[in-house]
Design a binder for this molecule. Structure first.
Ligand code: NDP
Ligand code: HSE
Length: 439
């Protein structure tokens, strides 16, 4: 069979990794696919690098538009990142009848609806396994492996850079800035690392998974984002003393009232598998009605793990190119006519339990006043511990609550902060028990 011709946009970390994987494992990939994958053309600004990375027969250009228009190219592999030129190139490629493989979660979370809609019109496939959790085949699992289920919730450690930083800070006491620099040197971080540490990257990924799980359009604007940059190492320490780990989680959950979609630091019991996912590793936990809880673990970033997912998509498309378009796996897992917008819950409407840290005067009656204000908002306390006196007369009080609606905890916090005996804003971190739900 004739080789499938691919055109690669960008020879950065993932682009060079993809060419490397296709060269190194060419024989094994052909044994599985039944034909060769030919890197026909690459677009790069660095011709010297291209010559070092690619086979001699691969064409090299610095004009990416010539790749997306080239009549010999079957599949365009977009590895530029970002949304400006990448969006233009992907739309142009689709208009030219090219199938797309992309690792670009930002592009799909923000412009996925436009891209999938055009792809459906033009009968081409858009595959994006590498866009979520790097090398872990979570898109395939959500789109195909869990087809028999109603998915109830997804919770994932889906930003390797943040997890790497949290792990190094906890295990080695390293400084935030040093670990971030290390993550950048290792090729884990986004071009703009604030995307990693402020939760945007995880937000892009959980937005994509939410759409796949619940059959909705992608809706990044509805995603609440809170990163790790304001985390205080004291809270990581106190959480640990109480049997919890702090992780940056992407969470989406279907409730009777609507869909929760959020990213924030989260306390999880240390006995949970997710709590023990360390370094750059990612893990995604899916709770579904028939299979129950499943967990997917692996490298969430880096050249070769990400390239592994990119190449899997190339192989998938190559197998399906000749399939009847009606029998292809839908982009967002559900038939396009069945993808429907659903109510997205605001953060005030979500349900969670909470870790609070309050700095207050160390004198009789303070704990009682705080407990009363929580009770007034119907917030039930699971544990309340005075962590000791930090300055002469100031005590730190750590409170764990039972599950409540976020609006209630916010009202209680506002009231607590108005007490004369309370100093400093109250620190609030959400908690997830990650118990498998029934049925
Ligand atoms: P890099 O910054 O390493 O590489 C991107 C490459 O794209 C550049 O090296 C450049 O190629 C090309 N490029 C980007 N912008 C332009 C432009 N305006 N004009 C011409 N060329 C351009 O990024 P990564 O490889 O890390 O990431 C690529 C994509 O993969 C992103 O969407 C990212 O989010 C995603 N991703 C990355 C992961 C990782 O671990 N790094 C993991 C999962 C997904 P050249 O230098 O050849 O000119
Ligand atoms: N910057 C991302 C991360 C790369 O750290 O997880 C993978 O998407």
């Amino acid at each position: 069979m004739k080789p499938v011709n691919i055109g690669i946009l960008g020879l950065g970390t993932v682009g060079s990794g993809a060419v490397g994987v296709l060269r190194k494992n060419a024989a094994e990939i052909s044994r599985r696919l039944g034909r060769d994958v030919n890197v026909f053309i690459v677009s790069t600004r660095d011709a010297e690098k291209a010559r070092a990375v690619c086979d001699t027969h691969t064409l090299v250009t610095n004009d990416p538009f010539s790749v997306v228009k080239h009549p010999e190219v079957d599949i365009v592999v977009e590895l530029f990142g970002g949304t400006e030129i990448a969006r233009e190139l992907v739309l142009e490629a689709i208009n030219n009848g090219k199938h797309i493989v992309t690792a670009n979660k930002k592009l799909l979370a923000e412009y996925g609806n436009e891209i999938f809609s055009l792809a459906e019109q033009k009968n081409v496939m858009v595959q994006f396994e590498a866009a979520v959790a790097g090398g872990i085949p979570i898109i395939k699992a959500l789109r195909e492996g869990l087809t028999a289920n109603n998915i109830k919730s997804i919770a994932g450690i889906i930003n390797g850079t943040s997890n790497f930083i949290l792990t190094e800070m906890r295990e080695k006491g390293s400084a935030f800035a040093d670990v971030l620099k290390q993550a950048q040197e290792l090729g884990y971080a986004e071009a703009d690392p604030t995307f990693d540490i402020e939760g945007h990257d995880a937000g892009h990924k959980i937005t994509i998974m939410s759409a796949l799980a619940f059959g909705t359009p992608v809706n990044f604007k509805a995603c609440y984002l809170e990163g790790i940059s304001k985390l205080d190492s004291r809270d990581i320490k106190y959480a640990e003393e109480l049997g919890y780990r702090v992780k940056l989680l992407g969470i989406t959950r279907k409730t009777d009232k609507g869909i929760e979609l959020r990213v924030h630091p989260t306390l999880i019991p240390e006995c949970r598998l997710l709590a023990n996912v360390n370094g750059v590793m990612n893990a995604v936990r899916v709770d579904a009605d028939m299979v129950g809880e499943t967990l997917y673990y692996g490298a969430g970033a880096g050249a070769l793990p990400t390239a592994s997912a990119v190449v899997a998509d190339i192989v998938d498309i190559s197998r399906l190119i000749t399939a009847d378009t009606g029998n292809r796996v839908p982009h967002l897992a559900f038939q396009p006519s069945q993808v429907k917008a659903q109510n997205m819950l605001s953060m005030d409407e979500i349900t969670s339990s909470y870790y609070l840290r309050v700095q207050a005067k160390d004198e009789p009656g303070v704990l009682g006043q705080i407990a009363n204000l929580l009770a007034e908002e119907n917030v039930s306390i699971e544990a309340l511990i005075q962590k000791g006196v930090i300055k002469q007369t100031i005590a730190e009080i750590v409170i764990l609550t039972h599950s409540t609606v976020e609006k209630n905890i916010k009202k209680a916090i506002a009231a607590i902060e108005c007490l004369d005996c309370v100093y400093e804003p109250v620190v609030m971190i959400r908690m997830e028990s990650l118990h498998a739900s029934n049925g």
